[in-house]
Design a binder for this molecule. Structure first.
Ligand code: BES
Ligand code: MN
Ligand code: ZN
Length: 517
């Protein structure tokens, strides 16, 4: 069960004046969420008349201080019944004097916490009351991005792992959230804009849920084969055309670098292609490539044991490609988009690649594997060579590529690497719009020096300094034939500790980018 998003048109969707107040009160639902500024509380007078003075009472008690995110819950009583108010609750949410998208997100998160996890099943969101005072914050663009963001926040709030899929706990403790319906109240004027924005927001949540589920699944379930089946199942119910290559075909394609990583595992690698042909037949596609290491032990260059379980998340790049493609197909975007996922395990064994081994990539370039734990770039480089055949308009790869990226950027921004200024601009903008932000790191030729090998065309590591940059430099050698950007999501794809779980990032960024293309 996922949450249902919808819109409801109220011709007079403001809350000022008796007519508007009556319209609001005619709505039925478990809770109406209404934003207010303290300086404008008098505008709620007409509404309060119907509520028997509940707002005035709260104000007199000092409960409506208007601080950003401060919430006051009013419950239906005798007076509401007398004036035929059908709403069961009204949540008044202070807006402070903040206007930015980040402030809006904070305020919305605090409002959503109040209505989630209890008895409330249906929520009505009074869109107009949350719009900023500045003109820029009332524009159609601002409205659309706020709807997407709100859907994302609602989706995060109600997401539970295992409720939607297999349950791994024999005694379930994680109940589904009570919240089932989320309705955006809109004016007639904005109805069509709101409808399409809400539809996009709902697709975003579907995509993110898929990304989170795949990330959170244990590595003995979410294997390369499982990912291939997931893609095939998606294709049965959607526009996606799916192709899967097994070991033999990967070999025939000459992907020696990808196979060098897969060799140590008992589980065979898979190469997954998902196509959404929503554009003209001859239109160049946008290609997204995701790192799909379903478990990264480090291989012979074995990782230390601490928190190694989190290396099940080393397929979060792939999971985000699944999520983005799922959303794209739900929306039936009028564009050609192709998702590509090389997937395997990185395991130590008698058949595993050794440090010092030299392998030949599909591009013909040879690689000296100095550290088998730098495996992401080894599978991605062959995928990048493969996608040349699509003559892409742009290629974006997404990978939990380097621990060094967490040291550089923490868990706030994903690392962005590209020499294409237009792509950098578009991805940065998409990040700001969705609050799924990126920060650009360098890709200068000077760093390429660190990848020199005495025995092959290049080494697969460049030493500790600027580890994320040299990883990106390695990939750049396989991306010379198209416009390309690389996203390192090592710090943003999942959370550790008590809140351990996949975040669904960077699906909001990718979808926002694709919608704007
Ligand atoms: N999947 C890891 C990167 C990673 C580590 C992401 C921890 C998130 C948390 C990647 O395959 C890896 O092991 N990278 C090495 C590269 C090094 C050997 C040059 C790393 O970051 O230590
Ligand atoms: Mn690794
Ligand atoms: Zn890895």
């Amino acid at each position: 069960m996922t949450i249902q998003f919808s819109t409801k048109v109220l011709p007079d969707s403001d809350f000022k004046g008796p007519k508007a107040a009556a319209a609001i009160c005619g709505l039925s639902g478990d809770c109406l969420i209404l934003g207010y500024r303290q300086s404008e509380l008098s505008q709620l007078q007409a509404l309060d008349d119907l509520l028997g003075g509940a707002i005035a009472q709260a104000r007199n008690l000092g409960d409506l201080d208007g601080k950003a995110g401060a919430c006051t819950l009013l419950r239906s009583n005798h007076a509401w019944a007398l004036s035929r108010v059908r709403l069961k609750r009204i949540l008044l949410v202070g807006l402070g004097d903040k206007e930015s998208l980040t402030d809006f997100a904070k305020i919305a998160r605090s409002a959503l916490k109040q209505v989630s996890g209890g008895a409330i099943e249906s929520v009505l969101w009074h869109t107009a009351s949350f719009l900023g005072k500045q003109k820029a914050n009332q524009s159609p663009v601002a409205l659309r991005e706020r709807v997407h963001l709100l859907a994302q926040i609602v989706g995060d709030q109600v997401y539970r792992f295992g409720v939607r899929q297999d349950q791994f706990k024999t005694k379930p403790v994680e109940k589904a959230d009570s919240l089932k319906e989320f309705t955006f109240i809109t004016s007639t004027k904005q109805a069509s804009l709101m409808k399409s924005a809400v539809r996009e927001g709902a697709a975003l949540v579907e995509g993110m849920n898929l990304t989170k589920d795949l990330g959170n699944l244990p590595p003995n379930v979410c294997t390369p084969t499982f990912l291939a089946h997931t893609a095939q199942n998606l294709s049965k119910k959607s526009s996606l055309k799916v192709q899967v290559f097994g070991e033999k075909q990967i070999e025939a394609l000459g992907m020696g670098s990808f196979l060098a990583v897969a060799k140590g595992s008992e589980t065979p690698p898979q190469f997954i292609i998902m196509r959404h042909d929503g554009g003209r037949a001859n239109e160049e596609p946008i290609v997204i490539v995701g790192k799909g290491i379903t478990f990264d032990t480090g291989g012979i260059s074995l990782k230390p044991g601490e928190a190694m379980d989190e290396m099940k998340y080393d397929m979060c790049g792939a999971a985000s490609v699944f999520g983005a493609m799922h959303a794209v197909s739900i929306l039936n975007l009028k564009k050609n988009v192709i998702g590509v996922v090389p997937t395997c395990e990185n395991m130590p064994s008698g058949r595993a690649t050794r440090p010092g081994d030299i392998v030949k990539s599909m591009s013909g370039q040879t690689i000296e594997v100095l550290n088998t734990d730098a495996e992401g770039r080894l599978i991605l480089c062959d995928a990048l060579t493969y996608v040349e055949r699509f003559k892409p308009k742009a290629v974006i790869d997404v990978a939990t590529l380097t621990g060094a990226c967490i040291i550089a950027l923490g868990h706030v921004h994903s690392g962005l690497f590209s020499d294409d200024e237009a792509l950098v601009k578009d991805l940065t903008k998409a990040g700001h719009q969705s609050l799924d932000t990126v920060w650009r790191l360098p890709l200068d030729a000077a760093y390429q020096e660190q990848l020199k090998s005495n025995f092959a065309d290049m080494a697969n590591i460049g030493g500790r300094p600027a580890g994320s940059v040299t990883a990106a430099c390695f990939l750049s050698r396989f991306a010379e034939k198209f416009r390309w950007a690389h996203l390192d999501i090592a710090g943003t794809a999942w959370k550790s500790g008590v809140a351990k779980g996949a975040t669904g990032r960077p699906v909001p960024l990718l979808l926002s980018f694709l919608l704007d293309q």
